[in-house]
Ligand binder design. Structure first.
Ligand code: HEM
Ligand code: NAG
Ligand code: NAG
Ligand code: NAG
Length: 496
């Protein structure tokens, strides 16, 4: 009876308002999380946990959450949910054991804007196009790099250029970062463009600046905010706009190089990745992502993923060996005994340099260059650690929590090459050593990266003693973007 009275009382406006309220309630009920969704901090509707994340130190807040909510927890930014996965056991469960369920990358407004209208390159593509492009890129890395040992020669050559550039500093205090960036980017240039650049080349230098800035901004709070509130952030000034300027500049340089390749392409004799891609494009009639726009994006990804990571690992190597003089001495003693002071190192020396190899592993572990890994997405409803991760949810398998897992490492927070040595001084593999991530979506440049790290590292310490004024220690906390970099530092390099 009362219902009819109510309707009688309401005029049309009131009725519309009532309908609106009911719809809103239904909307929120439907939007409610499923019963065993991962736990997380309470949050505001629409805004999520945006106010809880301090802009300078988001990771400190997140560490606290892992302690409260366990190895699988959820954070919201805007309406977007991200499930954080921590610890070696749970990360392995997600990206290795259930590899197929977490193999995709989620939608991101920022990525969509950078990679607009294309097949999204290598890092952010999905499905069959991703599989095809990944297989092609790996085959090309083998063809133009690893197989013919031509890459080994080129890395050794680049080491010589690097050594000469360091010698030109004449033992004065200098910043090694630009030189390392040059050397490492030149390796990718050789594979992608078929040539290296002189360290004084102006275009090359601005390209490297663009790369460094992009690697920083893509992982910063600005990128998070952009993805959470794209419509709003598009209108606001701020560093996030530089991401798009940088990527446009980079794409422009790559596109120019592609056009240059087309002029003297010999289909029977591809010189590099771009040539091979153009041939494949012709044969496949632009299917499976083999078209010009996507070629540019794949090259961009090889640069973004392949140069900053490797250079920053070498930077951390300098920082830790300057800070641990006795370890630098031990590395040099081993190199002197096995290779001597003059012969160039080769990959064949690696088995005979177990201590040096262990040091490089430990640098990768503690350097933690890709702290948060690549973001993944649940491809279908999946159980993880007893929680239901609904299809389409973003999943972040936290690599820091693996490389510093208390259950896996004796002294997780101390630089300690013994983590990778047995009682006889032989190198031991460790399951939780995941700087390149794991599973089907893991780093596709791991083989190349390891070769670069070994050859550059050994030739640097063979040739030079690195130190600071009065042995002052360098800072070991990092600047966190998409990659983790040391704070700017200067050192001496004395020819040995
Ligand atoms: C020390 C050096 C390097 C480190 C620490 C590193 C680490 C990583 C990590 C953590 C990922 C994310 C994987 C995931 O989502 O599970 C990744 C992806 C990737 N890396 Fe590397 N990487 C390094 C060097 C390289 C090099 C030299 C190249 C290229 C030649 C490269 C190319 C890529 C590509 C293309 C992807 C995307 C793979 C995909 O989504 O299928 N990386 N890397
Ligand atoms: C990743 O794990 C580390 C170590 O457990 C933690 O300090 C950090 O806050 C975590 N980051 C995120 C984003 O969850
Ligand atoms: C990956 O595929 C999903 C759908 O399966 C889509 O929502 C998402 O946008 C794709 N990711 C990117 C980066 O395009
Ligand atoms: C990127 O490089 C170009 C030169 O190619 C330079 O003009 C531009 O300022 C750089 N962008 C940023 C944001 O550093």
């Amino acid at each position: 009876m009362w219902l009819r009275d109510l309707f009688l009382l309401l005029d049309l406006k009131g009725l519309l308002f009532l309908i609106f309220v009911v719809l809103l309630m239904i909307f929120f009920l439907i939007k409610k999380d499923p019963a065993n969704f991962p736990p997380g901090p309470p949050c505001l509707p629409l805004l999520g946990n945006v106010f809880s994340i301090e802009s300078k130190q988001p990771h400190i807040y997140l560490t606290k959450l892992a302690n409260v909510y366990g190895n699988v927890f959820c954070i919201r930014l805007g309406r977007h949910k991200t499930v954080f996965v921590s610890g070696w056991k749970m990360v392995k469960e997600a990206i290795v054991t259930q590899a197929d369920n977490f193999v995709e990358r989620p939608y991101s407004p920022m990525v969509t804007r950078i990679y607009s209208g294309n097949s999204a390159g290598l890092f952010f593509s999905n499905g069959s196009v991703w599989r095809r492009q990944r297989r092609f890129a790996m085959a090309m890395l083998r063809t133009f790099g690893l197989a013919k040992s031509s890459m080994e020669l080129r890395i050794c050559e680049e080491s010589c250029h690097l050594q000469k550039a360091i010698e030109r500093e004449k033992g004065e205090l200098f910043d090694p970062v630009p030189l390392l960036n040059n050397a490492v980017a030149n390796i990718i240039c050789q594979i992608v463009f078929g040539k290296r650049f002189d360290y004084s080349d102006g275009n090359f230098q601005s390209m490297l600046k663009n790369l460094t800035e992009m690697a920083y901004l893509e992982g910063s709070v600005w990128a998070l905010l952009y993805d959470a509130f794209p419509a709003l952030m598009k209108c606001l000034p701020g560093p996030h706009n530089d991401i798009f300027c940088n990527s446009k500049c980079l794409e422009e340089s790559i596109r120019a190089e592609v056009e240059r390749h087309k002029l003297d392409l010999d289909p029977n004799n591809p010189r590099d990745y771009i040539d091979a891609f153009l041939v494949e494009k012709h044969n496949r009639n632009c299917a499976q992502g083999f078209e010009d726009g996507n070629l540019v994006l794949c090259c961009l990804d090889l640069f973004l993923a392949g140069s900053e990571t490797t250079s920053k690992t070498l930077q951390w190597g300098l920082v830790y060996l300057v800070n641990n003089r006795h370890i630098q001495d031990k590395v040099q003693a081993e190199i002197d005994a096995v290779i001597g002071l003059t012969r160039q190192p080769t990959m064949a020396d690696k088995p005979n340099l177990p201590y040096t190899d262990a040091v490089i592993h430990e640098i990768q572990r503690i350097g933690n260059v890709v702290p948060l890994n690549g973001l993944r997405m649940a491809a279908k409803d999946t159980m993880l650690g007893g929680f239901l991760i609904p299809k389409g949810t973003s999943v972040l398998p936290n690599l820091t929590s693996v490389l510093f897992d208390k259950n896996e490492w004796d002294t997780p927070n101390t630089f300690n090459p013994e983590h990778f040595l047995d009682a006889y001084g032989k190198l031991v593999r460790r399951d939780a050593f995941l700087p390149f991530s794991a599973g089907k979506r893991a780093c596709l440049g791991e083989g190349l990266a390891r070769m670069e790290l070994f050859l550059f590292f050994v030739s640097l310490f063979q040739k030079f003693d690195f130190s600071t004024l009065d042995g002052v220690g360098l800072r070991t906390e990092g600047i966190i973007g998409a990659t983790r970099a040391p704070f700017p530092f200067k050192i001496y390099a004395k020819v040995r």
